[in-house]
Design a protein around this ligand. Sequence first.
Ligand code: IPE
Ligand code: IPE
Ligand code: MG
Length: 247
Amino acid sequence: MKSDPMIQVPDGLDLNAIPAHIAFIMDGNGRWAKKKLMNRAKGHEQGVETVEEVVSACRELGIDVLTLYAFSTENWARPAMEVKALMHLFKRFLKTKIEEINKKNIRLNIMGQIERLPDDVRKEAEQAVETTQNNSAMILNLAISYGAREEITRAVQKIAAKVRSGELEDKDITDKTISDHLYTAGMPDPDLIIRTSAEFRLSNFLMWQAAYSELFFTPTLWPDFTSQELYQILIDYQQRDRRFGKV
Ligand code: IPE
Ligand code: IPE
Ligand code: MG
């Protein structure tokens, strides 16, 4: 999509070279809250504010796909209180923000084990996906109960079932076949993966799709992340030489 001509961005950011797909590992909510002597749930709550800002900024920039890692398959092992607070936040976000998302012509897509979510959250998620299904300005992938290993395992199971039924021959399985069975089927791979909070790992995020993503790590804690910092990261991204193995 083309970017909004009215958008105010810093000098040096080329609006004609905006990546198609940006993914965020939204990390550091807990540490943000701890620094402020608040409980971790407050950090997650503040993190939702950042989500709104980043969604708006990406929409204005004309990004096609924005993927947000909100809850990993491993995050289920957190204390029940925190999991509960997060589920409550997801539900509230889906319920109260979907109108705005819809107005912005954004299509919501949930990536992950939707069947593991509490019934009320799952229903809200399904409703939000349905409400926005025909929108075309940007895809917002919300990764909830998402893990790349689970995603790849699930893809292998689906492909195996097709081979068993005769729909597919094993010699016809290519890397595109795998891509087509992931939660991101039909979407471009992320050009850029940004992780906040000075952690330098993928934590089971988009391991297949990240093959040639540019990685960016910032010490900023997610609740403190701003659209201005995103613009600066994009300027940095635009200076990089993506060779894809060529010379
Ligand atoms: C990221 O913040 C949000 C989730 C993983 C759900 P954290 O909750 O991981 O915050 P830190 O890393 O403990 O600071
Ligand atoms: C990664 O953050 C998952 C999300 C941001 C949703 P974590 O805080 O769970 O990752 P680790 O445990 O530091 O690797
Ligand atoms: Mg963390």
